[in-house]
Design a protein around this ligand. Structure first.
Ligand code: TXA
Ligand code: MG
Length: 346
C-alpha cells in the first residue's frame, strides 16, 4: 500500500474530505491532534477498528480512545455520566484529556477490549475537529506509532512507523503538547488519574479535590492495572536508556563518567539534557529537550528527541531528569517508561 501525505497545516479542506471518505470506507487515516498524532478508524465499526491493531502491532487487550467533536455524540456511546464528570468535561474539553466512562452497546468490543467502559476525548485541534465532523461518527484513535515506540509528534515520525500500512497521513505540522492526553477514570465516586498528561492532577484537584492517582505499575503477576495500557513498556527508543536522578551537578558529573565508560566499550552514546546543562557536554550526540524551567517546551520536545536518537543510531542514551511537580509528573512518567525503569540515583 502506498502511503500518501497531505499537508493540511493551512486548514486543508481537500485533505480532510479525502480522509473522511477513507474513514467511511473503513480505512485508516493518521491525523494530528493537540497531543500527538493518532491513527484513526471509524469508531463504530469492528472491521475498521481491527485494522488499527494490525497496523500498530497493538495487543488486543489494550482498548482505544473514541474521539468526538460534538457533546451530543457522548450520549450515543456512554451512559450514567456522573455530575462531577460533566463538570470536568465542561472545564477541560475540548482539550488534552480523556475520560473513561460507562459505555453503551453500540461501542464495538475491540474498542473497549471487552471492558464495560470506553475512553472518550474531545480534542481541541482544528484538524481533528474538522475530520471527526466530516466523518460523521466518533473516530477511534490510538497514538500513530508502532506499539512500544515513542508517540509521533510530527508526520515524519508517523511515516517512519506506518509507511505502507495506511493509505493517508494528514500533515498538520508539529503537535502542540507532545505527550498523550491525561486519562481519567470517572465511573466511581471520585476521579482516578490513569495516565498523566498535559492536564495535571493539581488542576483536576482544583475542581475535584479528592482526585486520586492510580496505583503505579508494579512488574509482578498479581498487579491488575485499572488501565490496560499501564502494563506495557512504552515510548522506548532502540537504544538502551538510563536516566539519572539527584542534584543538577551530580547528574551531569555522573553522566560524563558513564559516557567515558561506554565509549571505552566502543558504544555510541547519546545524552539527553536541558538548555541549562547543554554546555557541560562536549560529545557529538547531545540533544536538549528545552529549558528545565519550561515544562511545556520539554513535553513538546521529548518524544521527537527520543526519535532523533534513533535516527542518529546511538547505542546508549544517558538522560537527565526533572522534578515531578505539575507537568513534570507526565514527563517523568514517559521518561521512566522509555528507559524501562532504569532510573539511577546519584
Ligand atoms: O493523546 C492521546 O490520548 C492520543 C491521541 C491520538 O488522542 N491517543 C492515545 O491513545 O494516546 P493510546 O491508545 O495510545 O492510549 C490510550 C490509553 C491506553 O493507556 C489505554 O490502556 C487507556 O487509554 N484506555 C483506553 N480505554 C480504556 C478503558 N476503557 N479503561 C481504562 N483505560 C483505557
Ligand atoms: Mg499509545
Amino acid at each position: 500500500m502506498k502511503t500518501e501525505i497531505i499537508d493540511v497545516s493551512d486548514g486543508g479542506i481537500e485533505g480532510i474530505d479525502k480522509a473522511a471518505a477513507l474513514l467511511k470506507q473503513n480505512e485508516l487515516v493518521a491525523f494530528p491532534t493537540e497531543t500527538v498524532y493518532g491513527i484513526g478508524a471509524c469508531g463504530l465499526s469492528e472491521e475498521a477498528v481491527s485494522k488499527i491493531f494490525t497496523a500498530k502491532g497493538r495487543p488486543s487487550d489494550n482498548p482505544l480512545i473514541l474521539h468526538i467533536a460534538d457533546m451530543n455524540d457522548l450520549e450515543k456511546i456512554t451512559k450514567n455520566i456522573k455530575d462531577y464528570a460533566l463538570k470536568l468535561m465542561d472545564k477541560f474539553w475540548p482539550g488534552p484529556i480523556t475520560f473513561v466512562l460507562e459505555r453503551t452497546e453500540i461501542v464495538p468490543l475491540s474498542v473497549c477490549a471487552g471492558l464495560d467502559t470506553v475512553a472518550v476525548r474531545f480534542p481541541s485541534n482544528e484538524i481533528s475537529m474538522k475530520l471527526i465532523r466530516a466523518a460523521g461518527f466518533p473516530i477511534a484513535a490510538p497514538s500513530a506509532n508502532t506499539s512500544g515506540k515513542p508517540s509521533p509528534t510530527d508526520a515524519k515520525a508517523v511515516y517512519e512507523d506506518l509507511n505502507g500500512k495506511i493509505p493517508l497521513i494528514l500533515d498538520g505540522g508539529e503537535t502542540e503538547v507532545g505527550l498523550e492526553s491525561t486519562v481519567v477514570l470517572v465511573t466511581g465516586d471520585y476521579p482516578i488519574v490513569l495516565r498523566h498528561g498535559k492536564v495535571t492532577i493539581e488542576e483536576l484537584r482544583e475542581i475535584m479535590p479528592d482526585t486520586e492517582d492510580s496505583q503505579p505499575y508494579e512488574p509482578n503477576d498479581d498487579f491488575v492495572p485499572l488501565s490496560p495500557g499501564q502494563k506495557y513498556r512504552h515510548y522506548a527508543p532502540k537504544a538502551e536508556m538510563y536516566a539519572f536522578k539527584g542534584k543538577f551537578n551530580d547528574i551531569s558529573n555522573r553522566i560524563l563518567l558513564e559516557e567515558a565508560k561506554y565509549e571505552l566499550q566502543n558504544k555510541k552514546v547519546g545524552i539527553l539534557c536541558f538548555d541549562e546543562t547543554r554546555d557541560r557536554y562536549t560529545s557529538e550526540n547531545v540533544l536538549s529537550v528545552g529549558s528545565y524551567f519550561n515544562k511545556e517546551e520539554v513535553s513538546h520536545n521529548l518524544f521527537s528527541v527520543l526519535r532523533e536518537f534513533d535516527r542518529l543510531g546511538v547505542d546508549v542514551i544517558l538522560s537527565e531528569t526533572m522534578d515531578e511537580r505539575g507537568l513534570g509528573k507526565a514527563i517523568m512518567n514517559r521518561l521512566t517508561k522509555a528507559c524501562g525503569g532504569n532510573i539511577i540515583s546519584v
